[in-house]
Design a protein around this ligand. Structure first.
Ligand code: ADP
Ligand code: MG
Length: 640
């Protein structure tokens, strides 16, 4: 975590502009997409300022008011003005700091960006000052400043967010949705600093009042409910590379959604699908099918080992030794569970499973591999926690629908698999099946692990439709079209949420004539289409297409928009989908690989890696499987 600004050193003039060269090195990006982003930036500033108490007040889900009051170090009058300058930050001096800075999320851009799209008032006072100082900025323009009365600390009130950016304002979701994002942001921030008191008031109602505490478990229970009391297991371990501490939930408080998985890298909330997976995998068969453990894990690492997505509203994180960190997290969680007496359950439910592996307390040594990259030895195998895919025989001469027993059958008792592999008809888009609706179609976490971890993935194209890839437990058969559709779908959803879909500019923009109904639809979807990466200029009865999403393949640019609108319309006739869902599905479907498209081995590998980075890699957006696994034991049995 960063040092907060030491007020005794704080001669006024702490906040300085980044040198131009540095400023230009920082990827331009918009910090504030929605109220929750502003909340995050303001509260992080309070925490950086050493506050021990932070109060957040919002009105109308943040669109009317977002106000953060802290008792941190405050600013002098010069800094109170300077902090609104672009790239104004007190948190770095030297170019060498850029990496460190970026990974900790300091860009000196937040206040400037927020003030540019709102009416902002800052009131701040340092301990050594007689009075507070107040600055008002509207739409980025200085309005007034002067002395004011206030206690030591800082209050920033952000009113009428996006009042001068109607397009952004129109792009906001319902107040309920925006407030949900604010609450999630608040929860992550409050969890990251149990030693700081927090309070959240929405439209005059106190939503949270969280006393400062030494005990992370208390903060968890205060935030998420009393059912967590007594259900949290402490974990802690360190090596020279990484230290991990925190709490993980017992299986009793596991949830059926991923929501409750909090990872913090150097004090900042981050997301890492692979580390969440590492932790979940450590539970083995203890975790009910399709559920996710509660996690609040704090990782501390030299920032140079971290790669946080450069965009400030994104939180994806990668470590330079991702595999080492993966196995370390798994080992740490496993050890915590074992110490809490929970490993016993594992041994009981999976008598034929392997015993708990010894825990490497330092990242396992690297082994040189042929290609010069380093690989870590594979993790010991966990018993699969639930039913796995089986292969049937709809087109072989073996007994019909034979479902072969599996050799490794740890975990709870299981029924024969009622869903043998069969070719799937090219069904129309259907509703998205819930996780519960199709439990048999999903390999469990433990199985995903050996896919994700395959150190040197081999992929063979088969019949210009499937990809075959050996994995530790057998053979994976991936439907390339379904896989690609899933990847594109999640990408589109992310673009719609973040408004940042990658776009390719057309060398020759063209105009597309639009009948009135198409024009109305286009107008309605314009913000979303832009978010997806379309660069469009709407005209009276036409639209000029200047850019298309970068996933649109070459030669396809002219038809992409038309086709997308048609699909969107068709889907909305048949299915109950939100426009977000509908657009993402339509775009994914139309841009996905055709069945006859031959992939180069390198492309096939990339596709499989991308698939496993998805939230839900196992089905395409309409619920058909993207892959089946043929267990090695089945292959063996078939050969007698
Ligand atoms: P960054 O946090 O990346 O430095 P910001 O635009 O968020 O950039 O803030 C600019 C500067 O304003 C900070 O570096 C800090 O010096 C000052 N500042 C912002 N908020 C506060 C606060 N609540 N208390 C004290 N100083 C603050
Ligand atoms: Mg900041």
């Amino acid at each position: 975590m960063t040092d907060h600004l030491d007020s005794s050193l704080a001669d006024d003039g702490l906040v300085r502009a980044l040198p131009d060269t540095l400023a230009s090195k920082i990827a331009a990006g918009e910090v504030v997409q929605r109220p929750a982003n502003a909340v995050k930036e303001l509260v992080e500033n309070s925490l950086d300022a050493g506050a021990t108490n932070v109060e957040l007040t919002v009105q109308r889900a943040g669109s009317e008011l977002i106000q953060v009051t802290d008792n941190g170090c405050g600013m002098g009058s010069r800094d109170a003005v300077a902090c609104f300058g672009r790239h104004a930050t007190s948190k770095l001096r030297e170019f060498e700091d850029l990496e460190t800075l970026r990974t900790l999320g300091f860009r000196g851009e937040a206040l400037a960006s927020i003030a540019a799209v709102s009416r902002t008032e800052l009131t701040t006072r340092r301990a050594q000052d007689e009075a507070a100082f107040r600055v008002r900025i509207h739409g980025g323009d200085f309005v007034e400043s002067g002395p004011s009365g206030a206690p030591v600390g800082t209050t920033i009130a952000v009113r009428d967010l996006f009042y001068n950016v109607p397009a952004r304002r129109a792009f906001l979701r319902t107040p309920a949705t925006e407030f949900k994002h604010i609450v999630e942001t608040f929860q992550a921030l409050a969890l990251s600093h149990p030693d700081v008191g927090f309070c959240l008031v929405h439209d005059g109602t106190e939503v949270y009042r969280l006393p400062a505490t030494d005990a992370l478990a208390d903060r968890v229970a205060d935030l998420f409910g009393d059912r967590y009391r007594g259900e949290l297991v402490p974990v802690e371990e360190q090596t020279s590379y990484l230290s991990v501490r925190g709490v993980v939930g017992t299986p009793d408080v596991a949830r059926r959604s991923r929501g409750d998985q909090y990872l913090f890298a150097n004090g900042r909330y981050v997301k890492s699908r692979s580390l969440e997976h590492a932790a979940a995998r450590a539970y083995g068969a203890m975790l009910p099918d399709g559920s996710y453990p509660f996690l609040a894990l704090f990782l501390d690492v030299d920032p140079r080992h971290l790669d946080v997505n450069v965009h400030p509203t994104k939180t994806e994180v990668k470590f330079d030794d991702e595999r080492g960190v993966y196995s370390f997290i798994g080992a740490v969680v496993k050890k915590g569970l074992a110490e809490a007496g929970l490993a016993l359950d594992l041994a009981q439910t999976a008598p034929d499973g392997p015993s708990l592996p010894a825990i490497p307390m330092t990242p396992p040594p690297r082994e040189a591999t042929g290609d010069g990259s380093a690989a870590l030895p594979p993790l010991p195998e966990m018993p699969p926690a639930g039913p796995s895919f089986t292969i049937g025989d709809s087109d072989t001469s073996l007994p019909s629908n034979a479902t072969l027993p599996r050799a490794r059958s740890g975990g709870p008792a299981r029924r024969p698999d009622p869903h043998p592999f069969r070719p799937l008809p090219d069904a129309p888009l259907g509703p998205i099946p819930s996780r519960a609706a199709q439990p048999e179609m999903r390999p469990e976490a433990a199985e995903l692990a050996d896919v994700v971890e395959a150190p040197e993935r081999v992929v063979w194209p088969f019949r210009v439709r499937y990809l075959l890839s050996p994995i530790a437990s057998g053979l994976l058969v991936v439907d390339q079209r379904a896989a690609h559709e899933r990847v594109l779908y999640e990408k589109a959803l992310a673009a719609l949420d973040g408004g940042l879909g990658a776009s390719q500019q057309l060398l020759f923009p063209f105009s597309l004539a639009l009948p009135p109904d198409d024009r109305a639809l286009l107008e309605e979807l314009l913000p979303e289409l832009r978010a997806l990466g379309f660069d469009l200029a709407l005209q009276k009865s036409a639209v000029e297409v200047r850019g298309v999403p970068s996933d649109v393949s070459r030669g396809d640019e002219k038809t992409a928009l038309r086709d997308l609108l048609d699909r969107y319309r068709r889907n909305s006739d048949v299915l109950q989908l939100t426009s977000r869902e509908n657009l993402a599905r339509s775009l994914a479907r139309r841009s996905a690989l055709g069945e006859g498209q031959l992939l180069q081995p390198a492309e096939a590998k990339v596709l499989i890696e991308q698939l496993f980075a998805c939230d839900d890699p196992f089905t395409d957006p309409s619920g058909r499987p993207t892959m089946v696994r043929i267990a090695e034991s089945e292959i063996e049995q078939r050969f007698g």
